[in-house]
Write a protein that binds this ligand. Structure first.
Ligand code: BGC
Length: 772
């Protein structure tokens, strides 16, 4: 039995670097300590513009970065720079009085990366992303983000990996390993339960201990334990009554004592309210940092309400991070990462994470001999590389779908292309020019679809060989998506799909829909009208080239969904409690005069999030978790366990054979159905996954999975422990969460208490949780 209570441990273990950090802190004045635990500010109205002294004030070390830590030159402490994250390095592409450019790679968004189910590939992306961080003189990238995609409308779902914590945790760990292999840091975010944007600075999420441990903390636990991120970013929201950045039990009891996190915690930008409580909770660095926070901390130390020992510990953890940073090592960054080489990696990763949702009668791939492709939909010409807000990247270019197709040698219908290109540029020219903050608070809507006369559809169906229609969606921090005209298609989009399909089908020609979105959308009402659907997510700067790779068959699609596509929005169980209740009568003014509306959200669905709900309650989604088609077929054979009874761990092996006619890769998922005598259990839970290498037709590969005691355990609230119940466990190997192809069982003779935890973070209200 592993016990995660570390008796009497109040501070992190001391390494040599830690000792050095403490020695440096012991030489600091109170003012220096306070300067260090509060960031240097940000160039924003209302925020501190530095500490006012000029000493160590180097806000613009890397223009466009999100923040800087304070330098204390006489102690050898340099300023360090942190920048967003998570789909690449977010810095300004141009600088005043400087002819050089500083573009970064816009990588495929997290949702796409998760759909590759390929942790090695994600590490490779991380390595290249981290290289840009290092070569542009940044010390920490503010990512990856791994909140749970709890509801289909989550505005930042594109920045997160999955509705499932195992996928989220494994992907984040893979990303952290890749980025940090460069000697730069990551900040896994937003810790924790930041699963909506609406009222994100005020909302209190009421969550049961079990749902917290199994769903909302689990991914962070995996990432911390498997990849040692340098830093963690606390979230904006309250969790069971307290701001996460002020919650000792989250940041110290669980993160540090239970999981062994050794790094530094920073707030989200302007997150939380009480700087002194944040210090006490173990939230070491307050970002971006304000003069008020400095005053509050200084006053509290002086009047004895905040022990200097706590500030010393916070400061030591920051110094510890700084000592390991490229800034401290005086790394001579080049400002010249190999963007060309990275674009190749981005294109490859993008193609690997696209999901083929439908492909009737071999509509795809599109034969090289196809003459005229009719590309409809404004998004075919204005493809979306990634989401908005701080998760947006300043890339040099985005390859559109039509550019990608023509690069691949396809011929596009020129009349249609020209008409769309003219329309898109004219409409875009009409849009107001906004800076980042204007856009942040008042996002520009995407232009409407171009009106097309019926005759044209008919004429083009006669001359063109195939029609493509791209549906585009974008979202980002600050607000959630909407049901109408966003999750559901707009009337003009539905009309376009209907008109194109009618005209092309009348001539026996195929119609393909391409979904270019960061999150899920409605498909049931229109999918029968078209022959194939390719979900490209938001694939980064090489978008169109990667889509063309899949459409042409150069890459056989192997992505599978890490998020359920609900039949209709209302089918999702979280809808009852999203985005929660608001109390506008209690509104106050927040940052930039924005109204701060107190809000509450109660996660009444408990552990039944995503496929855990759909499978357990027999609700049929449009496309289930784990689903995705290929241009070939696979057979699953010969599932074996190394033992029929559980003895510390179980090894499962299964043979996967390519029985089709083209080479392909298969994502294989291992679910477990556990005995449910004492605790509720979802019908199935993902416990492991793997992906074959490229299998040639007829080729076979054996995949192996390891299942540990923690994997089969559930969180038992009364005893605050992870417990595996005695009984029979069914191992289910599936091509998706619904398509289970092989089953086998093992037994556990006696209940196992796998890990004992602290009884903390209790909900402050009674939660009427969903039960089977
Ligand atoms: C976002 C963070 C981001 C930070 C710095 C905040 O608004 O929530 O994810 O890292 O800004 O840009």
């Amino acid at each position: 039995m592993i016990v995660c209570l570390l008796t009497g441990a109040t501070s992190i273990s001391l390494s040599a670097q830690n000792n050095a950090a403490q020695a440096i802190v012991s030489k600091m004045t109170l003012e220096e300590k306070v300067n260090l635990v509060v960031g240097m500010g940000m160039k924003l109205p209302g925020a501190n513009q530095g500490n006012g002294t000029g000493i160590g004030q180097i806000e613009d070390k890397v223009p466009g970065a999100a923040g800087t830590t304070f330098a204390i030159p006489h102690l050898g402490i340099p300023a360090t720079v942190v920048a967003d994250g998570p789909a690449g390095l977010r810095i300004s592409p141009t600088r005043k009085d400087d002819k050089n450019t500083y573009y970064a790679t816009a990588w495929p968004v997290a949702t796409l990366l998760a759909s590759t189910w390929d942790t090695k590939l994600v590490t490779q992306v991380g390595k290249a992303m981290g290289n840009e961080v290092k070569e542009y003189g940044v010390d920490v990238i503010l990512g990856p983000g791994l909140n749970i995609q709890r509801n289909p409308l989550g505005g930042r779902n594109f920045e997160y990996y999955s509705e499932d914590p195992l996928v989220a945790g494994k992907m984040a760990a893979a990303m952290v390993k890749g980025i940090q292999s460069n000697g730069v840091g990551t900040s896994i975010k937003h810790f924790a339960a930041n699963n909506q944007e609406r009222n994100r600075n005020t909302v209190n999420a009421n969550i049961s201990e079990r749902a917290l441990r199994e769903i909302y903390l689990k991914g962070f636990e995996i990432a911390v334990k498997e990849s040692n991120p340098w830093t963690v970013m606390s979230s904006y929201n309250k969790l069971n009554g307290t701001y996460t950045s002020e919650e000792y039990d989250l940041l110290t009891t669980i993160l540090r004592k239970e999981w062994g996190f050794k790094g530094m915690v920073m707030t989200d930008w302007f997150g939380g309210k009480d700087a002194v409580a944040q210090m006490k909770a173990g939230n070491d660095l307050l970002m971006p940092g304000t003069a008020d926070q400095k005053k509050a901390i200084t006053d509290a130390v002086n009047n004895g309400t905040l022990s200097i020992k706590i500030v010393d510990e916070n400061a030591a953890r920051i110094v510890n991070y700084i000592l390991g940073s490229p800034a401290n090592k005086k790394y001579a960054f080049t400002n010249r990462p190999d963007l060309k080489a990275h674009a190749v990696i981005a294109r490859n990763a993008a193609a690997e994470g696209m999901v083929l949702l439908k492909n009737n009668t071999h509509t795809l791939p599109i034969a090289a001999t196809t003459k005229n492709i009719a590309a409809f939909g404004i998004t075919s010409y204005d493809f979306i590389s990634g989401g908005t807000g701080s998760g947006d990247i300043n890339e040099a270019y985005t390859i559109s779908l039509v550019q990608g197709l023509s690069n691949a040698g396809y011929k596009l219908d020129e009349d249609i292309s020209k008409a769309y290109q003219n329309y898109v540029s004219a409409e875009k020219a009409k849009q107001p020019k906004k800076n980042f903050f204007e856009e942040f608070f008042n996002p520009t809507a995407r232009i409407t679809e171009m009106a097309i006369e019926d005759n044209l559809f008919i004429a083009k169906a006669a001359t063109d060989d195939i029609a493509l229609i791209t549906i585009g969606r974008n979202a980002g921090e600050g607000s959630d998506r909407k049901v109408e005209n966003d999750f559901n298609l707009k009337a003009d989009e539905l009309k376009l799909i209907t008109d194109v399909s009618n005209a092309f089908h009348a001539k026996n020609k195929k119609v393909v829909v391409i979904i270019n979105a960061g999150g899920v959308i409605e498909t049931v009402s229109w999918r029968d009208k078209v022959d194939a659907i390719l979900l490209t997510w938001q694939p980064g700067l090489e978008a169109g080239n990667a889509v063309a790779d899949v459409l042409s068959g150069k890459v056989n699609p192997s992505g599978k969904l890490a998020a359920t596509f609900p039949g209709k929005y209302e089918d999702d169980i979280t809808v009852k409690n999203f985005p929660g209740k608001e109390f506008p009568e209690q509104a106050s003014k927040g940052m930039f005069g924005m109204p701060q509306i107190p809000a509450e959200v109660t996660y009444e669905e408990g552990i039944y999030v995503g496929y855990r709900y759909y499978n357990s309650f027999n609700v049929k989604p449009a496309y289930e978790f784990g689903y995705g088609l290929s241009y070939t077929n696979f057979e699953y054979h010969n599932l074996k366990l190394n033992s029929t009874s559980f003895n510390g761990k179980i090894i499962a092996t299964v043979d996967i054979k390519n029985t089709g006619t083209v080479a392909g890769k298969e994502v294989v998922q291992l679910y477990i159905t556990a005995p449910a005598n004492k605790l509720q259990k979802p019908a199935e839970e993902l416990k492991a996954f793997g992906k074959t290498n490229l299998l040639q037709p007829g080729q076979q590969k054996t995949l192996q999975f390891e299942i540990t005691a923690k994997d089969i355990a559930s969180f038992d609230t009364p005893s605050s422990s992870w417990v595996a119940e005695a009984g029979m466990y069914t191992v289910k190997i599936g091509a998706s969460s619904e398509n289970i192809l092989q089953k086998i069982s093992f037994s556990l003779g006696k209940e196992l208490m796998v890990e004992k935890c602290h009884k903390v973070l209790l909900p402050q209200i009674e939660i009427n949780e969903l039960k089977k």
